[in-house]
Ligand binder design. Structure first.
Ligand code: URA
Length: 247
């Protein structure tokens, strides 16, 4: 984890009201953070820091749980998308302990109607892509950078990304996948913080929040450009190999 990622991580936990550092050793190692105090205390903070019932951090090991991230997001009205016709927040779907996570751009009409990511035509194709490497929608986790549908499916705007991305970071940190597939230019650029075209990013791997990030084409792009399925298959073979290495 580099300094920028550590800062984003801290900003996210700060937003949740967590003033201290996680007790989880792996989290601290990745964040380059301090050891906990001798009695293992984390500084007092917001309601997500500890389970009031027994005082253990939510998630058991000191890492904020996926449930806690979803609760914090709630029926979010933090950005203008909440007033621009979206029906509901689309948090994410799948296995909270997934080794493989897919990140798309934002919900479309079908996703907004059902509250589940990738259920429309692009989602049907994503299902086939997932199944092509022996996985299923139940074994992986699927989320978007933006949790609310932009009007007319326009591109998400920078203030919307800035408001929403801490929740994606929270999802990644709660799930701790080994491999993340960024679907399309928007997800890949947001996650890598670059303006590099997806055509130049795909075929490469990046380290990201303790996982390997593999950018590939968005399934909606593949519906318009079926000739690019071959490259996505190459990317998925790499994903499978990464999952099989040191499994
Ligand atoms: N496109 C996306 O990027 N995400 C969805 O959930 C659906 C379509």
């Amino acid at each position: 984890m580099d300094k920028r990622q550590a800062a984003a991580h801290l900003e996210y936990y700060g937003e949740l009201g967590v003033a201290g550092w996680s007790l989880d050793r792996e989290w601290r190692r990745r964040a380059g953070g301090p050891e906990p105090t001798q009695d293992g205390e984390i500084a007092a903070g917001g309601s997500m820091e500890a389970d009031p019932a027994d005082g253990t951090p939510v998630g058991g090991e000191g890492v904020v749980s996926l449930e806690a991230v979803q609760t914090e997001l709630g029926e979010c009205t933090r950005c203008k998308l909440s007033g621009l016709g979206r029906q509901r927040v689309v948090f994410g779907v799948g296995n909270p302990d997934a080794e493989l996570m897919f990140v798309g751009e934002a919900p479309g009409r079908d996703e907004d109607a059902q509250g589940i990511p990738f259920v429309g035509r692009a989602g049907q194709l994503l299902n086939k892509i997932i199944e092509s490497i022996g996985q299923s929608r139940e074994s992986v986790y699927i989320a978007n950078v933006i949790k609310c549908r932009p009007p007319q499916n326009r591109n998400p705007e920078p203030d919307e990304v800035a408001t929403c991305e801490p929740f994606l970071f929270g999802q990644v940190d709660a799930i701790q996948p080994r491999v993340i597939v960024a679907l399309g230019a928007f997800a890949a650029r947001t996650l890598t913080r670059t303006d590099t075209p997806i055509s130049r990013m795909r075929g490469r791997e990046f380290e990201y929040r303790g996982a390997m990030l593999v950018p590939t084409f968005h399934p909606a792009y593949l519906l318009r450009n079926p000739g690019s399925k071959r490259e996505v298959w190459e990317d998925m073979k790499k994903v499978r190999a990464l999952l099989e290495s040191n499994a």
